[in-house]
Design a protein around this ligand. Sequence first.
Ligand code: SF4
Ligand code: SF3
Length: 541
Amino acid sequence: MFCFQCQEAAGNKGCTKIGMCGKPEETSNLQDLLVYTVKGISIYANELAKKGEIENSVGQYVIRALFATITNANFDDDRIEALITEGLVLRDRLAEKAGYSGNRHDAATWTVSNPAGYHIKATAIGILSTENEDVRSLRELLTYGVKGMAAYAEHADVLGFEDPSIYNFIYEAMASTTMDLSVDEMVAIVMKCGETAVTTMALLDKANTETYGNPEITEVNIGVGTNPGILISGHDLKDMEELLKQTEGTGVDVYTHSEMLPANYYPAFKKYDHFVGNYGNAWWKQDKEFASFNGPIIMTTNCIVPVKDEYRDRIFTTGSSGYPGVKHIGDRAAGGAKDFSEVIKLAKSCEPPVEIEKGSIIGGFAHNQVMALADKVVDAVKTGAIKKFVVMAGCDGRQNARSYFTDVAQELPNDTVILTVGCAKYRYNKLNLGDIGGIPRVLDAGQCNDSYSLAVIALKLKEVFGLEDINELPIAFDIGWYEQKAVTVLLALLHLGVKGIRLGPTLPAFLSPAVAKVLVENFDIKAVGSVADDIADMMAV
Ligand code: SF4
Ligand code: SF3
């Protein structure tokens, strides 16, 4: 195995025996083969898409398959194998349609006599099979950007929102990783990934807000009630909706965990009395928090950590997530809903959650809500009450070095406002940093999936202040990254022209020195440094 797709890559180089995330070698290899299968499909799909001869179901498969390979999403070999088998059937159907002419790349033609052969094939096609480290770096940067895009597109698709141009870009991108392209050509497609990432995030924003309303300022309870509860984690709002409907009137309460916290901000969900609030923190604390929750847990997407015995019998996966030996709730039939009855039945026999915190946190500052406060915000900037917005979005993770983000939040001057999305917020969203004339100093716009909101806010402010360039705004970027959706967001920000982004706690292991140099020279990307130096630098520009 060789995997270096996330921030926890061993030694900031790559995991080679078992993932720091707990991903075993077999699973890692199978995920590589699944990505390789998607590349084979994309070779044909890219040709067919140019002729307008491709159906959306191909894109739907591709985004599901890629989503399953995101860090901490799916550890279940059987499900990865099933996706490969499904993909090969699809690939060969497309091959027939496209015609077998020309010398195709191995990804488009390989076969094995049965799924047992996947394990052997997988070891021959891994990331290190691309020998040139800069080519490898650019191909993987693109692949990870596409993986995150696939996750965002999948969330939109679940809600019935699709844009075939996104699928077409994914085919083009994944097919490009099988071609011998020049560095300039590869960089160009990485940049196009950023552009398509913006399109995809805009689509997801539309899907979420048209389906569930615009997030609004909300005080979220972080304590517990006296009923048994179900804890729902991950990012899938449709699962959230169906769970709330099916638990209504059952005597079972619902709590969010980690990235599901922003569900509390949506009008469509707030109306449920048995939706009590949020329990716990970011994903990596789940081993302790799932144990003390006492009731069943539903993982709708990433991030799962290796499951502990204390809650093994009451954790469920669904959608793109999976874990061996853990019950998986199947997909909904067309027009139907998922069936959470087994989870609800189990919850009724469980003790209520143990209280680990009391009080509340405030969130719901997505673009619509912030724009409703625009006058106040603009005034505060004009009078100097707000000197700087600091975007501290992204992911949290278990490394101690991430205390950097807590320290930055705590030590930023009082005339700064932190704009956040993603689970990165748990490093500082309970610090009580106060407010500036009624505007909280931490404005949470939602999940990492809602990063688009921050872009909209920045672009609106640029318009309001009549600026030419987004970099003239009083905004600094200090991003915590972990998995591949953060890579997608980074590429989107670069496409929007944002310069000087700080990235931490480390720069990605998959950036070769030469590729990192390109990013530094063109976009002034920098690694986080000391808290004091970084704050001084962010306040100075
Ligand atoms: Fe290592 Fe991250 Fe890959 Fe897991 S996802 S194997 S931690 S690089
Ligand atoms: Fe977090 Fe996994 Fe990225 Fe959605 S839940 S931000 S890490």
